[in-house]
Design a protein around this ligand. Structure first.
Ligand code: FES
Length: 180
């Protein structure tokens, strides 16, 4: 009788150990695994004919806000005071990657501390052309996401993207390859 009681206690302790291990490991594995958003939204397709000129559509890509902008052809970088030494991971201004594209996508996460910038298509007293403004600490970006004022240290991230007819496909290399 004593032996079977000891067996029961051993089994119970072993069971608790397994439950404890699962309880500890599950959050770790869950953290390391790709999130549902990052796997299900690895590609985004946007019909650019639905975006008016100077309009911005906000959607998401890999769980992050994605800005899709459509610009007039005559809007040029020389309207802005671009810092030529503030470049993306390809060693270029975003403008160099995106010029000539009537529509393109940027990840809408400020490179200072991660706030979501606002689109100002009318410009303002200080910036007399369309721009992006980060409300948290006053960061300023051109419509192509090059940082032109305030604390942001570098341009907004440009995801890989290509055009197929009226569609902009984000998440596949084309006129922008994969940047890091
Ligand atoms: S988070 Fe955008 S300027 Fe600070």
């Amino acid at each position: 009788m004593e032996a079977s009681r000891r067996d029961f206690i051993n089994v119970a302790i072993g069971g608790l150990g397994v439950v404890g291990a699962v309880g500890v490991l599950y959050p770790i594995v869950k953290t390391l695994a790709p999130s549902a958003a990052s796997t299900t939204e690895a590609k985004a397709e946007i019909d650019i004919t639905k975006i008016p000129e100077l309009g911005m559509r906000v959607t998401s890509w890999k769980g992050k806000p994605l800005f899709v902008l459509r610009l007039p052809k005559d809007l040029q970088e020389d309207k802005y005071n671009v810092k030529k030494d503030s470049v993306n991971s390809a060693g270029k201004l975003n403008y160099e990657l995106l010029k000539g594209q009537e529509a393109f996508a940027l990840v809408g996460v400020c490179t200072h501390l991660g706030c979501i910038p606002l689109w100002k298509p009318e410009g303002s007293e200080d910036v007399k052309a369309p721009y992006l403004h980060c409300p948290c600490h006053g960061g300023l970006y051109t419509p192509w996401g090059d940082n032109i004022g305030g604390p942001p240290p570098r341009p907004l991230f440009v995801p890989p993207q290509k055009r197929e007819g009226d569609k902009l496909i984000v998440g596949e290399p084309g006129f922008v390859e994969q940047l890091v």
